[in-house]
Design a binder for this molecule. Structure first.
Ligand code: GDP
Ligand code: IMO
Ligand code: MG
Length: 430
């Protein structure tokens, strides 16, 4: 078994970065395939913290190749800034270890402005986006007017592409009473940085096929989580890409049969940043406790993450939607001090019991969680490396969770540090 896709099974921030970094010791290639710098993936290695937004989490390891696939939307300035930042921490980033798809679509300043204009205008109905321009950039992609990495090669082509996309944006901006976005300044700025981006640009689909022939192990690194998927998430409070495992194939240019194992990253409780339904949310002392102990502040926007109990109904649902083979359960240690822990095992809507989250937003708001209670273990799990060494009540909670979601737990994470992870089943082994 060669290739593994790692995806978030909740609303993002499940600890994908930590697990991808840990697993990448076994991989040759790490590929980002969707999302953009709305992602914030944190790695802690020997006490040093690395925060990655666009760069794949394999970048910090030597002799690994990192790929940004065609499905990612790239803010070129944000990428260059991130490369400089990570280089300043002693990490090597050059054309030997970073490849960017020539077909990836660019996030430009008018996308970020449009994201902000819409969010500000929406008032209480806002989505709570990261305001990075993700939505408007994906809209231009499917609207077939986007500017892609390869468009930076020729000035005349870039000029023509900018003309097309700005015709659309300026019509909307005029309607909203905003100033017209000028082409020439942006073109000049893009041409200035073009060589720095283009030097990494390659046909990623071709490279991946070459790596496959050489039997290289590929790790596909998802961003966000399935509940933020534009088709399967809590629409409209979602991001603008498909976050499910199959997006790894379209977002990098290989078939679905290139993914041999789907690993779902799952927090031992639940968090969400931004607006939208959250059935098990705790707006009380326990919610605050989880937030403080779990350091639940956004990596990208520093916003406080909303916290709640583990929602088994939702995770069981997202596992089925994305064909998850195994789960990496993260942040177990955050529950260490609690007297009692709850797990949502069913919903009630208008007096009726439900075993899944209905798709309509109005119904999602009415959901009442039905909980199963567990005794806390009240002892430290940080740094435990073997399942058998976990406290008895922690094992009871984990076993029940595993049975409820009908999927094997293949690893358990007990701290932000790379090696504080219990391995149960290796996703890369046959
Ligand atoms: P991602 O977006 O899924 O990569 O997750 P983030 O990096 O945004 O958020 C996860 C946070 O939890 C980061 O600060 C990690 O360092 C931290 N983290 C990951 N695994 C664990 C764990 O098992 N225990 C604790 N306490 N923190 C963890
Ligand atoms: P990682 O990869 C958590 C959320 C935003 C907002 C919604 C839409 O670190 O898990 P967008 O800017 O994408 O249009 O915002 O999606 N969101 C995330 N929440 N983790 C993320 O990424 C997220 N990326 C986007 O907060 O609710
Ligand atoms: Mg994150």
């Amino acid at each position: 078994m060669n290739n593994v896709a790692v995806i978030g099974s909740q609303w993002g921030d499940e600890g994908k970065g930590k697990i991808v970094d840990w697993l990448s010791s076994e991989a040759d290639i790490v590929v980002r395939f969707q999302g953009g710098h709305n992602a914030g993936h944190t790695l802690v290695i020997n006490g040093i913290t690395y925060k990655l937004r666009l760069l794949p989490s394999g970048i910090v390891r030597q002799n690994k190749i990192s790929i940004i696939g065609n499905g990612v939307v790239i803010d070129p300035w944000a990428l260059l800034e991130e490369i400089d930042e990570i280089k300043s921490k002693g990490v090597k980033v050059d054309t030997d270890n970073l490849i960017i798809s020539e077909s990836a679509n660019l996030i430009l300043p008018f996308h970020k402005e449009m994201d902000e204009i819409r969010e500000d205008a929406a008032g209480k109905a806002k989505i709570g986006t990261t305001r990075r321009g993700i939505g408007p950039a994906y809209e231009d992609k499917v609207g077939r007017r986007s500017i892609r990495v390869m468009d930076l090669i020729s000035e005349s082509n870039l000029d023509h592409r900018l003309e097309t996309v700005l015709l659309h944006h300026n019509a909307i901006r005029k309607g909203l009473g905003k100033n017209i976005f000028r082409k020439d300044k942006l073109k000049k700025e893009l041409l200035k940085i073009a060589p720095e981006i283009l030097k990494f640009s390659q046909p990623v689909w071709k490279k991946i096929n070459e790596f496959k022939k050489l039997n290289k192990k590929i790790l596909f690194e998802g961003a966000q989580g399935i509940l933020l998927d534009v088709d399967h998430g809590t629409y409209p409070f979602v991001t603008s890409s498909n976050t499910v495992a199959s997006a790894a194939a379209t977002g990098s240019g290989c078939g679905p049969n290139s993914i041999n194992y789907v690993l779902g990253i799952t927090k031992a409780y639940t968090t969400r940043v931004g607006e939208g339904p959250f059935p098990t949310e705790l707006k009380d002392e326990i919610g605050d406790k989880l937030g403080t102990r779990g350091k639940e502040f956004g990596t990208v926007t520093s916003r406080k993450r909303r916290c709640g109990w583990f929602d088994g109904v939702l995770v069981r649902q997202t596992i089925k939607i994305s064909g998850i083979d195994g789960i990496a359960l993260t942040k177990l240690d955050v529950l260490d001090e609690l007297d009692e822990i709850k797990m949502c095992v069913a919903y009630e809507i208008d007096g009726k019991k439900m075993d899944y989250l209905p798709a309509a937003f109005e119904d999602q708001l009415k959901v009442k969680p039905i909980y199963k209670k567990f005794k806390g273990w009240k002892s430290e799990t940080k740094g435990i490396k073997k399942f058998d060494d976990l406290p008895k009540n922690a094992k009871i909670y984990i076993n029940e969770l595993e049975n409820f979601i009908e999927t094997r737990i293949s690893s358990i994470s007990t701290s932000p540090e790379r090696n504080d992870t219990i391995l149960i089943e290796d996703p890369f082994s046959d």
